[in-house]
Design a protein around this ligand. Sequence first.
Ligand SMILES: O=C(O)CCC(=O)C(=O)O
Ligand SMILES: [Fe+2]
Length: 275
Amino acid sequence: MAPIYQDFDQLYGHLAPEAQAAVELDKKLPGSVGKMHHKQFQNIDALPYDAGIEMNLLSLHPDLMTFAAACLGVDAVALYQSHTWAKFTGEADYDQAHHCDFGNHTLAVPSDDPRYRAVDFIVYISDVTDDLGALHYVTKEDSDRILSPGAVTASAAKQASLKAVERSAAGPQGTLVAHSIDTFHRGTNLTRPEGRRFTMTIGYKALDNPLIGFDNWHSRPERPWGQILNHASPAQLAALGIPLPGSAYWTERTLTLTQARWPDWDLHPWRAAIN
Ligand SMILES: O=C(O)CCC(=O)C(=O)O
Ligand SMILES: [Fe+2]
């Protein structure tokens, strides 16, 4: 976590509001309690980051991939979301209503079959205590009882009942919060004077699941892809849609063109598998 925290500090530390503004929290915050507001969604970048290798490869950590695959009950997973988020006391009111994330992860609804759902991680790059905007969540048992079994939306009238049983996911730097696109949860406000909260959001789905998406890696070739391509394993790159060594995709022609496009990417494992 230490080098990643340093990278966050480098990328976002200077964006903290003036100390005085942060203390005068009360009424001037953009957004209003319990509502999504665009001011909540600042200081977010997507993979790959203008940062070190640790930060760039955290989203593709082999243990995250193994865990996500086990939750979904599949052999191979795709990384479909990876973004940073730096929140600062006083910059916005980060309080949200309870919601499930499927609303902007799919045009459909959460599947009955776990294989077609998703595993969404929030990694705490800084300590995230309750006064630093810890995520709050409701267990499936509780939301099924309060709403109806399998419900994924909650009316305004049900918010108080959900909040009454919500649990805090507060935790120290390095905490991993895992939820699904049908888990009720909400962001909460930062109230500690001059507080900062650094997190990364990382989403996995089955490699062959077309129902779900969020980030589009392919449309941003100008980003620092060398930080990923030149350091990740074939298994990690497979989660970004790059075929494994041995796939019929790899031919003399595709290898040559790929090497010309990304000269610093070591293609030996892919080349070895066609020889
Ligand atoms: O940042 C958080 O703790 C949660 C935010 C959230 O749930 C959202 O924006 O969908
Ligand atoms: Fe959410």
